[in-house]
Ligand binder design. Structure first.
Ligand SMILES: NC(=O)c1ccc[n+]([C@@H]2O[C@H](COP(=O)([O-])OP(=O)(O)OC[C@H]3O[C@@H](n4cnc5c(N)ncnc54)[C@H](O)[C@@H]3O)[C@@H](O)[C@H]2O)c1
Length: 253
């Protein structure tokens, strides 16, 4: 399935991996519905992408069930009441500027991270997979969640984020089994350290981030993660579901 004229939703589209994914999909002719909880960055992204394709944008906090329902409903009506061909669930949050062992992490830091990276993803998936009214094109739709190598490995000083991303990987596995019966694929990407504003903020706090056992010896670029998202959204990956694709420069444990 070419992505041309396919209707794709993207959360976290105002920055980093989400914005790079939106740019790539737009260049490939997809129709986009983009969401983020940062309205000013979202407006800038929407204005840039509109020169490439048809874009609907809405400020959405993925922690809010009603924000998500309104976004998906308005997306469908904006594009002539059609169903959605693919969803890139990319929005995410890292709470720490610098590592903190568990005894130093506050309730607020832990809970906000879980609320966005786990509960927010759960709410997106639940709304996207609703069958009445049917939101996704069945069969054939594809959902791509962004997990992390932190969803596969434990890192000292990063419990909240690591726990939230392990849960994202678990959600992907369960939901892929449920959605497969309807011909919908659900996969997860585990990026390694990628050069985005999220990491740039953390680097400011720590001076540098370690790149443990990294075969390629460099961090990734958001465009490299976007390529993997596009592959999993498209028909070229039609027999792939329930998997976690590491795009991490070879972070071998
Ligand atoms: N950059 C990395 O090294 C790296 C590595 C592994 C995984 N990831 C994951 O990739 C995804 C994208 O991260 P990024 O590096 O591009 O970061 P980023 O901070 O550049 O972009 C994240 C975007 O998500 C949005 N967002 C955050 N919380 C939201 C919410 N509640 N509702 C709606 N939008 C929200 C932010 O406003 C921002 O625009 C995240 O899920 C992140 O955890 C990043």
């Amino acid at each position: 399935m070419s992505l041309k004229n396919k209707l794709i939703t993207i959360t976290g589209a105002a920055s980093g991996i989400g914005l790079s994914t939106a740019r790539l999909l737009a260049r490939r002719g997809a129709l986009l519905s983009i969401a983020d909880y940062n309205p000013s960055n979202l407006a800038k992204a929407s204005s840039e992408l509109s020169s490439l394709t048809t874009v609907y944008s809405q400020t959405v906090d993925i922690r809010s069930t009603s924000d998500i329902a309104s976004w998906l409903s308005k997306t469908r009506s904006h594009f002539g009441d059609r169903t959605i061909d693919g969803c890139a669930n990319i929005a995410g949050f890292h709470p720490l500027w610098a590592p903190k062992n568990i005894e130093e992490i506050t309730d607020e830091e832990f809970e906000e991270t879980i609320q966005i990276n786990t509960v927010g993803l759960f709410k997106c998936l639940r709304a996207q997979l609703a069958s009445s009214p049917e939101v996704l094109t069945t069969p054939g739709a594809s959902i791509v969640n962004i997990g992390s190598v932190s969803g596969l490995i434990g890192f000292a000083g990063d419990s909240a984020y690591v726990a939230s991303k392990h849960a994202a990987h678990g959600l992907t596995k369960c939901v892929s089994k449920e959605a497969g019966k309807r011909g919908i694929r659900v996969n997860c990407i585990a990026p390694g350290q990628t050069n985005t504003p999220m990491v740039q903020v953390m680097v400011q706090g720590k001076g540098t981030l370690p790149l443990p056992n990294l075969s390629l010896g460099r961090e990734g670029q958001p465009e490299e993660i976007a390529e993997a998202v596009a592959w999993l959204l498209g028909g070229e990956s039609g027999y792939v579901t329930g998997t976690t694709l590491r795009v991490d420069g070879g972070m071998l444990e």
